[in-house]
Design a protein around this ligand. Structure first.
Ligand SMILES: *Cc1c(COP(=O)(O)O)cnc(C)c1O
Length: 476
């Protein structure tokens, strides 16, 4: 049964609260001119109707607390409940961003501690926690790159990006006023050094690389690439969305990168993708520190302050100081894991991905072979002869209780299925997922209509996704 909208559940006169009659004199009411003439059009429903409505809705939403969520590139790892418990501590929950710094010393200390730990993990000298997500961190970084080059006398023109990059990369580059230039991948799925060389010039502001890249492959030439880019005066930018494959083992700052963004909501387990806001801190080497967004948390005589005294800063990129609640969760996670624990994160993320890849590479096609890092990309192109697309496979997976992997990305793999198991899944879950994909492949060959009409067991059947995006209907 489709769930009605809450406004459709409304019955005139129903109330969701019950308060006793006022037995003291009325005082301090709002002046007449501030009161509305007509009551707002709110649904009139009882408390239990509200609760049941939202509990039913919550059950329709697929989430990582419910099942396996192998959405490649997104790192949908389990978010430990201790993170939630600490984020709900009274002292964090009830503070206001406009409170004087002297009354929120604990919160400022938490931010400074997180900055210091991120610096230590990544090998950068200074961190800004302000950006609200990975894409926002990219844009912030590109603004820093521009400010740096302007200071050198020429902002330059181009930012180079591999053709396997995430769509947010060229978008951030364009918004920051640069022209994005695409660099080819070679037959091993890595940056083609010849093509890079051909595109490098003194007009290149930066090279923006994801490492490991979106095929789940480590850029083995990264040190040489850094040298080539630095030789023309360009900066090295790392899209750090895939840091969970390296954390504890490799520090991007040691690979020649000058600036990077983190996705706290990916690497450090905080919920995202409808489950909560993200956070995309930026890390820089010392020479770029003056350009970081303000305000910055500074420590003076054992006290923490928010300082705007950075004249070369790019300014503010978010209201107040960023998504503070995500900082609490990420710090909790980092401290709980410790140095050894974080190493295990990377280890197990890579082991799980390689295990799953081994189970599936003979069943589907693996266009770029070899060991992978934390994710891998299969192709479902061979199913075309049965009139089945990767989209159909993804929809059929929903019938078996799994979230679909990322599909049709990266763009350099046709009919791509991008799978990231993350380190928080058991071997049993991985086996079951692989078995299911094999079963779906058989179904595709024997009964393709079953896939064309999937999903069958979800609250809504197959939607017209283009229409849903283009003709958005948000009003009742
Ligand atoms: C997720 C992701 C981004 C964007 O991060 P958001 O936090 O979703 O804005 C950028 N690049 C890569 C490789 C990603 O996986």
């Amino acid at each position: 049964m489709p769930e009605k909208l809450i406004i459709e559940l409304s019955k005139e006169g129903r109330k969701g609260y019950s308060l006793p009659e006022l037995d003291v004199e009325r005082k301090g009411e709002l002046p007449e001119k501030l009161l509305r003439k007509t009551p707002p059009e709110l649904p009139e429903v009882s408390e239990n109707e509200v609760v049941r409505h939202f509990v039913r809705l919550s059950g329709m939403n697929y989430n990582v607390d419910r099942g396996f969520y192998p959405l490649g590139s997104c790192t949908m790892k389990y978010n430990p409940k201790i993170n939630e418990k600490l984020a709900r501590l009274e002292g964090f929950l009830n503070i206001h961003p406009l409170q004087p710094a002297s009354t929120v010393q604990g919160a400022l200390k938490l931010m400074k501690t997180l900055e210091n730990l991120l610096a230590r993990i990544s090998g950068f000298d200074a961190i800004s926690l302000q950006p609200a997500a990975g894409a926002h961190g990219e844009l912030t970084s590109m603004m820093i790159v521009r400010r740096y080059h302007e200071k050198q006398g020429n902002p330059r023109k181009y930012v180079l990006i591999p053709d396997s990059a995430h769509g947010t990369n060229p978008a951030s580059v364009t918004i920051s006023g640069y022209i994005a230039k695409q660099i080819k991948s070679n037959e091993y799925g890595r940056v083609d050094l010849e093509d890079l060389k051909a595109n490098l010039s003194e007009e290149v502001a930066a090279f923006m690389v994801t490492n490991p890249n979106t095929l789940g492959l480590f850029e083995t030439d990264i040190i040489e690439i850094s040298k080539m880019v630095h030789d023309v005066g360009g900066l090295m930018y790392m899209d750090g969305a895939n840091l969970n494959a390296l954390v504890g083992y490799i520090r991007p700052g040691d690979l020649g990168f000058d600036v990077m963004h983190f996705n706290l909501h990916k690497t450090f387990s905080t919920p995202h993708g409808g489950g909560g806001p993200g956070s995309g801190p930026v890390g820089v080497k010392k020479f770029l520190e003056p350009f970081l967004p303000v305000p910055r948390v500074v420590e003076k005589d054992g006290k923490f302050e928010l300082s705007y005294d950075f004249p070369d800063s790019i300014g503010k990129v978010h209201f107040f100081y960023g998504n503070f609640n995500v900082f609490i969760r990420a710090l909790t996670y980092i401290l709980m894991m410790g140095e050894e624990g974080l190493k295990k994160v990377a280890e197990n993320a890579v082991i799980n991905a390689n295990y799953l890849k081994t189970l599936l590479e003979k069943e589907y096609t693996l266009p770029y072979g070899g060991f992978c890092m934390h994710e891998f990309v299969l192709s479902g192109k061979f199913l075309r002869k049965y009139r089945v697309k990767t989209l159909d496979v993804a929809k059929r997976l929903l019938d078996y209780g799994f979230h679909a992997p990322t599909i049709y990305f990266p763009l350099i793999v046709s009919e791509a299925l991008m799978i990231e198991p993350t380190e928080t899944e058991s071997r049993e879950t991985l086996d079951k997922f692989a078995e299911t994909l094999v079963k779906i492949k058989k179904e595709a060959m024997e009964n393709p209509d079953l896939l064309h009409s999937a999903p069958h067991n979800t609250p809504v059947r197959r939607l017209n996704e283009a229409k849903a995006a283009r003709e958005l209907k948000v009003r009742w």
